[in-house]
Design a protein around this ligand. Sequence first.
Ligand SMILES: *[C@@H]1O[C@H](CO)[C@@H](O)[C@H](O)[C@H]1NC(C)=O
Length: 194
Amino acid sequence: GNKLKTVPPGLLTPTPELKKLNLAENRMTDLPSGLLAGLSSLDTLYLQHNSLQTIPEGFFGDLLLPFVFLHSNPWFCSCEILYFRHWLQNNPNSVYLWKEGEDNKAMTPNVTSVRCANSNKVPVYEFPAKDCPIHGDGDAIYDYDDYRGEDTESNKVRATSTVVTTALITHWGLLYSQSTASIDSQMSSLHPVQ
Ligand SMILES: *[C@@H]1O[C@H](CO)[C@@H](O)[C@H](O)[C@H]1NC(C)=O
């Protein structure tokens, strides 16, 4: 509830035990991509009511974040939002709609609350991502289900980005398997409700 537009990238490096980060109701337009790096105890992130249009690639790293509030931001749905869309698709039960006066644990997850400001206001996790560059040959971690491939302009873009995206797939494949492993290893110690 201040007027913050962004925060410095290394802001939280001195506080690795941080459990809750509340940046809600500010004027945030950008998030530093490494802001949450190393915050392995973080369990709640409030980002609702800001001016965020996207989440930087890699922002959530392999954190297991049970409570995240992302609604009421002007999310701009384009090919740039695919990292965020993919994270939402994998973490739908962590995304909550803030209800005044209620404890987190009394709320129900609502991933539908995170909506595109453009694109008919569809929920970000359902953004169709038509004509986005295709990543490699089928082992892409993002899901390009609606791609049709008849648009010559996007074919040109696709051809020039293949080299870059191959590197990204390798990178994300690695992060993804780490995050799966960390869920498995932490699951047994969690209370069933969590
Ligand atoms: C989820 O949030 C949307 C508003 O963004 C609301 O329309 C919908 O009813 C909510 N769903 C549930 C199950 O609370």
